[in-house]
Design a protein around this ligand. Structure first.
Ligand code: PLP
Length: 503
């Protein structure tokens, strides 16, 4: 299997190179040159890990079967995910339809990014062994909350790696901040910055290209690397859970083998829903891909109009992991839908850079409408959905998942299609966002007003709903804070140099 850049299809790499490099030197993303086909009959009797080994093996052909087996078994196990099936499905009814919730938040950080970031470090260190003569990797991450903690957990104590995470001091929830600052591991570094997420992101991108740092690292046989969602090594593990969920639905008698399902995904950077599209291209019987946006509805609008326009107001919402105006992984979809023409994609990305917008051709727009349904959900609707779902089914969901439930409801009402079985991706535990969820439940009277912090809210939410608090969040109460770093943006280089002993 080979991969080429979305912006120059003459830049061709193998799977280990795609993972080691992350981004193509021309600025494009690596995409597979073909979609291998799955054999559901073979996969259906396997465990999650068995299915993962088989699906990863179709793309990562530079890794041996024992290597992949090791990666998979180290990433997904009962110790980390609480059971042998890391991605359980629970069926709940909402406004008269049954929704199958695919819970992707049973991992160490209680959000779906664990599914990719628990395995990426293993894939990346092997790729470095194969392609970079065993150099060490320094992973730099700018985070708005979920990615930072998931990357820290994934890379902690992984040999030949170090990881440094920067987060906006005033832009993450209390729980998220403590999750990061209590991080265990000998190779981890965490630091708040005075600035917002964009400032952190821009500064990290600049550090990646700072020659003085690059030279100092090179003297220690180390290279910068990124763990963000444009790396193919984060995308391919996400394809697995759609295929596995389908098998589980067949085995559970919810669907017949071969029957079509619709998939609903709360979307930000377009990585998760793109993985569902890849699963469809590999032969998984998926009907509509339903793309749910919050108030930052740039993607939903794109699906409906064929115009992507990031020149708009940015909203800070209660589903912060979807507060994104440039969805990086959309570039891969555009490549696959524009006749795999990298010149067309490069022109669109250039237009996005210079004008903040681009428009797709009519035939591409038509194909997008055939494959996708897009809609968005306001803050008020998100809160109402959390409340209504809980009242109707006693099932508590987080604000990101609620956005998906609301958009699915709109889809069913608008199209009349409520017969096709539906798989809805639940991306975070409600206990990661206790303030927003309690507020949605209208629980102000239940002693919330007297809560001093989000940790006290966990208990209130738990006694109010009876929904169990995931162990990793419960355990936070007994963790000690290891990091209390805070830096100004211009001082980040100095911070890294000192803390990593690069002088
Ligand atoms: C990252 C994230 C999303 C968005 O996923 P994308 O792959 O970026 O579209 C949705 N929900 C939660 C909880 C997340 O952490």
């Amino acid at each position: 299997m080979h991969f080429n850049s979305t912006q120059n299809n003459k830049n061709i790499v193998n799977s280990a190179q795609a993972i080691a490099q992350g981004l193509s030197p021309d600025g494009g993303l690596f995409v597979p040159q073909s979609f291998p086909k799955i054999n559901l009959q073979e996969l259906i009797n396997l465990t999650y890990n068995g299915r993962a080994k088989s699906v990863l093996g179709l793309y990562l052909t530079d890794y041996s079967a024992p290597e992949l087996a090791n990666c998979v078994d180290n990433a997904y196990n009962a110790e980390k995910f609480g059971s042998d099936n890391p991605t359980p499905i629970t069926a709940q009814s909402f406004n008269g339809t049954q929704i199958n919730f695919l819970e992707l938040w049973h991992g160490p950080t209680s959000a779906f990014k664990d599914m990719a970031l628990q395995i990426l470090p293993h894939l990346l260190t092997l790729a470095y062994k194969k392609e970079e003569a065993g150099k060490q990797a320094l992973i730099l991450v700018a985070t708005s909350g979920d990615t930072g903690k998931a990357a820290l957990e994934g890379f902690k104590d992984v040999p030949n790696t170090q990881i440094a995470v920067f987060y906006p001091e005033n832009g993450v929830s209390e729980i998220q901040k403590f999750q990061m600052n209590s991080q265990a591991g000998e190779n981890v570094l965490v630091c708040g910055i005075n600035g917002n997420f964009d400032d952190a992101q821009t500064a990290v991108k600049r550090l990646f290209n700072t020659q003085t740092l690059i030279n100092k690292l090179a003297a220690k046989n180390t290279m910068f690397s990124s763990a963000n969602s444009i790396n193919f090594g984060r995308l391919v593990p996400q394809v697995v859970y759609y295929i596995s969920a389908y098998c589980d639905m067949v085995n559970g008698g919810k669907i017949a083998m071969g029957e079509q399902i619709n998939v609903v995904v709360p979307t930000g950077n377009f990585g998760n829903i793109l993985a569902a599209y890849y699963a469809k291209r590999m032969g998984l019987p998926i009907g509509k891909l339903i793309c749910a946006s919050n108030s930052n509805n740039v993607l939903a609008e794109f699906i409906n109009t064929g115009v992507y326009n990031k020149n708009r107001k940015f909203f800070t919402t209660i589903s912060p992991s979807m507060d994104i105006l440039v969805s990086s992984n959309l570039e891969r979809l555009l490549y696959h839908l524009c006749g795999e023409n990298s010149d067309t994609v490069a022109a669109m990305m250039q237009s996005l850079k210079t004008n903040g917008s681009f428009t797709v051709a009519d035939d591409v727009k038509a194909e997008i409408s055939e494959l996708f349904y897009g809609n968005s959900c306001t803050e008020e609707e998100t809160q109402q959905t959390i409340k209504q779902l809980f009242e109707q089914s006693c099932y508590l969901c987080d604000p990101h998942t609620a956005v998906a439930v609301n958009v699915y409801d709109k889809y069913a009402k608008q199209t009349g299609d409520c017969k096709t079985p539906v798989l809805l991706v639940s991306t975070a535990s409600p206990y990661k966002f206790p303030a927003a969820v309690l507020d949605a439940l209208d629980a102000k009277q239940q002693g919330v007003a007297s809560c001093k912090n989000e940790f006290e809210m966990l208990d209130v939410l738990n006694s109010l709903t009876g929904a169990p608090v995931p162990a990793p969040i419960l355990n936070l109460k007994t963790q000690t804070k290891r990091f209390a770093n805070l830096t100004e943006v211009p001082d980040m280089e100095q911070f890294l140099t000192e803390k990593l002993g690069l002088n």
